[in-house]
Design a protein around this ligand. Structure first.
Ligand SMILES: Nc1ncnc2c1ncn2[C@@H]1O[C@H](COP(=O)(O)OP(=O)(O)OP(=O)(O)O)[C@@H](O)[C@H]1O
Ligand SMILES: [Mg+2]
Length: 345
């Protein structure tokens, strides 16, 4: 099935603008990295054009503080890499910002609009979306239906109750948009196949394509490369860059530091719920706190895949764990075993 994988290769970044002159405001069309060039690598630093601003956000689970972020700004139009050891609070922060979890304290705004206490589908309609993994339930829908589901801003459980679209368009237009996006991600030939029949890399592309059904301003990707054959990493990264090149703001969680350095305009480092460092990717390796947080707690698992690019062994368990976490354990437990090959303990 590897031969069916999209063969997209990212081209050179079309970065033709010179970097902004330091004592002049950055021009609108300057590159995202260039526009952040004068920003000090300090926790909580103000950005020239923040699209998401987080203030005093905390979330505790029992006695555990999962998130405690004093101040954080995400630059519009940039790719921000969010890193940190396992359990640092990255996914919880994503869940809070996109309305899938409730903060204990704090405020956050999108383009000046307060998002706290807003339901996830409203946050999505405003333009802040996150990807969801292709869960077992979604695997039983066609690729095209997964895309149409994306137009509702809902997760699979709420599919049949969610009939609105972000643009109030008709069914036909939703389907047209879905087909356009499938073509962009080279999945158009798979539109009528069950999503569960896709290879690992194609699933990740579908997750990204589905998020774009909302015409988002901000796209939050939680480990978009996790569980994917390393041979496909460059292709996925090309798509991540293309979101930015289309003017979207991208926030993405990733453990691989080479990937982070390669694709991020700015990097935010979390540990134990808090932001412990932020700065341009070049500043990372010399930051003692980052090195300590990583070498102290994070250990890479060796990822294993079969010939078709499907995760096996511990990697498959990891993917199943991530799926269960996304779906909620009760929903996952209620599912009968899938007809396909997804292993689950
Ligand atoms: N629903 C929950 N109930 C209880 N504890 C939770 C819940 N969700 C997250 N946690 C805890 O909050 C902390 C932060 O978890 P989170 O999943 O946000 O970390 P992460 O940075 O995404 O980690 P990873 O890199 O492993 O994905 C962890 O200690 C985790 O066990
Ligand atoms: Mg996580």
């Amino acid at each position: 099935m590897a031969a069916d994988e999209p063969d997209h290769r990212p081209g050179e970044d079309p970065l033709t603008e010179p970097p902004p002159v330091a004592d002049e405001p950055a021009p609108r069309d300057a590159t995202p990295g260039g526009r952040l060039a004068g920003v000090a690598p300090e926790v909580g630093v103000a950005k020239p054009d923040p699209v998401l601003v987080v203030d005093g956000v905390t979330r505790t689970f029992g006695g555990l503080t999962a998130v405690d972020v004093a101040h954080l700004e995400f630059q519009r139009g940039a790719i921000t890499g969010l890193i940190g050891p396992n359990g640092a609070g990255k996914t919880t922060l994503f869940n809070l910002l996109t309305g899938f979890d409730r903060a204990d304290t704090g405020n956050w705004t999108f383009d000046g609009t307060a998002l706290n206490r807003m339901a996830s589908h409203r946050v999505a309609r405003l333009g802040v979306v996150r990807t969801f993994q292709l869960t077992k339930a979604l695997a039983k829908l066609s690729v095209l239906d997964n895309m149409r589901l994306g137009a509702t801003g809902q997760r699979g459980e709420s599919f049949f109750g969610a009939l609105f679209t972000p643009w109030g368009r008709q069914e036909k237009q939703v389907t047209e948009r879905a087909r356009e996006l499938l073509a962009r991600f080279k999945l158009d030939a798979k539109a009528d196949d069950l999503a569960g029949s896709l290879s690992g890399g194609q699933r990740k592309l579908l997750e990204m394509a589905r998020a774009l059904m909302m015409d988002p301003t901000v796209v939050m990707l939680d480990e978009p490369m996790a569980g994917v054959n390393p041979a496909l990493t460059q292709s996925l990264l090309g798509h991540v860059r293309s979101l930015r090149d289309d003017g979207m703001t991208v926030v993405f969680v990733e453990h691989d530091m080479d990937v982070i350095r390669d694709v991020s305009d700015w990097v935010v480092v979390m540990a134990q719920g808090s932001v412990i460092a932020e700065g341009p990717p070049e500043a990372l390796s010399s930051n003692r706190a980052v090195v300590d947080a990583y070498l102290g707690a994070h250990h890479d698992r060796a990822l294993e895949f079969d010939d078709e690019g499907n995760p096996v062994g511990e990697t498959a368990e990891l993917v199943a764990e991530m799926e269960a976490a996304e779906m909620g354990t009760q929903a996952a437990a209620a599912e009968p075993p899938a007809a396909g090959k997804e292993p689950r303990s």
